[in-house]
Design a protein around this ligand. Structure first.
Ligand code: PGA
Length: 251
């Protein structure tokens, strides 16, 4: 699993029971062999998606509570509950969580820790805004976000680099920008977590059927985190196919 390319969808706050089922039926035939496919779905649909997905793809969550133990935390869903409902992975620190819910490294460290303790693969999302990139701060911002992994003793580390200015905008970072930032993230993780850490660095931000092959062909890109294009079977399966082709070409 850690050596494969990953293609993870992020449905965000989209979906309805019947539509989810149709979408999964369109994806599942493409989901086996050589690529680790997953979909991060609204928590309310997690159990149904996991039941339909079986072993073929990972059902995942988009967020997890910062609280670990059961108790009086109205509205919260713990990592143990997500795992119990069939989640295999969870997005942690997506830029929309940082922006709308003020999530910072203190909260995210708790979320990472609880996810891992529950047997979930946390996918830490990092990325700079355009204003930060324009003033030459992109690496510094990402380094601060990655600092949450300090002394991480996880089995493996999965990070999604998603420049905020590329999310949902149709604007994709240039190949050289992606390669440089992914290489930087690798170096940071190795220095934070020690040599030998298993690492996956996914790219996210307006990945679609037309640009996936080019993005996934970048050697430092271990997969894609896909928002809008994961809401329909056709573009999402095209991205899975592009990952399979890229994995073949790189191996
Ligand atoms: P997008 O979203 O593919 O629609 O840009 C990516 C994400 O937010 O994970």
């Amino acid at each position: 699993m850690w050596s494969q390319k990953w293609v993870l969808g992020n449905w965000k706050m989209n979906g309805r029971t019947a539509r989810n089922q149709d979408l999964l039926e369109g994806i599942l035939p493409q989901a086996a062999c050589g690529v680790q496919v997953g979909v991060a779905v609204p928590a309310v649909y997690l159990a149904a998606v996991a039941a339909t997905a079986g072993q073929a793809l990972w059902a995942g969550a988009q967020d997890v509570s910062r609280f670990e133990a059961d108790g009086a935390f109205t509205g919260e869903t713990s990592a143990a509950m997500l795992a119990d409902a069939g989640a295999r992975f969870v997005l942690v620190g997506h830029s929309e969580r940082r922006q709308y819910f003020g999530e910072d490294n203190t909260v995210l460290a708790e979320k990472l820790h609880h996810s891992l303790a529950a047997g979930l693969v946390p996918v830490l999302c990092v990325g700079e805004t355009l204003a930060e990139r324009d003033v030459g701060e992109a690496e510094a911002v990402v380094a601060r976000q990655l600092a949450v992994l300090k002394d991480w003793r996880a089995e493996g580390v999965a990070v999604a680099y998603e420049p905020v200015w590329a999310i949902g905008t149709g604007r994709v970072a240039e190949a050289a920008q992606i390669a440089a930032m992914h290489a930087f993230i690798y170096r940071q993780i190795l220095s934070l977590c020690g040599e030998g850490a298993k690492i996956r660095v996914l790219y996210g931000g307006s990945v679609n059927a037309a640009n996936a092959a080019d993005i996934l062909a970048i050697p430092q890109v271990d997969g894609a985190l896909v928002g809008g294009a994961s809401l329909q079977a056709e573009p999402f399966t095209a991205i899975i196919q592009a990952a399979r082709t890229a994995a073949g070409a790189l191996s």
